[in-house]
Write a new protein. Structure first.
Length: 249
């Protein structure tokens, strides 16, 4: 049950399956995960609308909301990771905070490249549904080799981003292909988008295993939270890729 998603770690469901669900509670179901994911998405869109409007009317205020959403969203995410049983309460808060971030970032991208947001949203959900269909039909399987490759690649990308952030924070140097729109920049973004998309396959497999193992009901919220983490990452990477492509034209 390996997943490269840091939220859906190897022991996420195992601990609660061993403990067993609380008395008088149901177990985790796939429809329950889907419904809760949809609810988190609606909360994210509602919060994103706030910073989207703020970016158009008061850009400085929108930047402050992005900063607050980023910091608090990370804190709430960490709390959720270490306390999955709190996920029915922390997951909606996380969706709202990340909505503030995505709304502002999306608005600024839309100002630079009109029409890019609809393309990014369409590509994100198109990728998710295509991979879900491929996974359900058996065309794509979460084999151990695939899991190992995606886990390794995701860890490498995370480390590279961390190094890049440190360089930009403490020096004037930045890793060019991460942010620039040249050939290697676009090639790198394509690679990251592919890895982010493959994380969805591992997440689907991981959630299915959790359902089959009879994880407690509250894990539906935690699984939905994990899917949102992957989808947000995928959307941002697609947005960055489209922005790099537009900057070259």
């Amino acid at each position: 049950m390996r997943s490269s998603n840091p939220v859906l770690g190897e022991k996420t469901f195992i601990r609660f399956v061993e403990e067993g669900p609380a008395p008088n509670t149901n177990t985790m179901t796939l429809p329950g995960v889907i419904n809760k994911t949809a609810l988190l998405f609606l909360l994210l869109v509602a919060a994103a609308t706030v910073t989207w409007v703020q970016a158009a009317n008061n850009p400085e205020s929108a930047i402050h909301l992005i900063a607050v959403g980023s910091v608090l969203g990370f804190i709430v995410a960490m709390v959720t990771v270490f306390k999955p049983e709190w996920s029915p309460f922390t997951s909606p808060v996380y969706a709202l905070l990340e909505g503030l971030v995505l709304g502002g970032i999306s608005a600024f991208f839309e100002m630079l490249y009109p029409g890019i947001i609809m393309q990014a949203v369409g590509c994100t959900f198109g990728t998710m549904f295509c991979l879900l269909a491929a996974y359900r039909s058996g065309l794509v399987q979460a084999t151990e080799n695939l899991k190992l490759m995606v886990v390794s690649a995701t860890g490498g990308i995370a480390l590279l981003y961390l190094v890049s952030f440190g360089l930009r924070l403490f020096t004037s140097y930045s890793i060019p292909f991460i942010h620039e729109g040249g050939f290697w920049g676009i090639a790198f973004s394509l690679f990251v988008v592919a890895i982010a998309a493959l994380n969805l396959v591992l997440d689907f497999d991981f959630i299915e295993n959790g359902v089959e193992a009879g994880a407690p009901k509250f894990m539906e919220w935690y699984a939905a939270f994990g899917l949102m983490v992957t989808l947000i990452w995928l959307y941002l990477e697609i947005l960055k890729l489209l922005g790099k492509s537009r900057s070259r034209s």
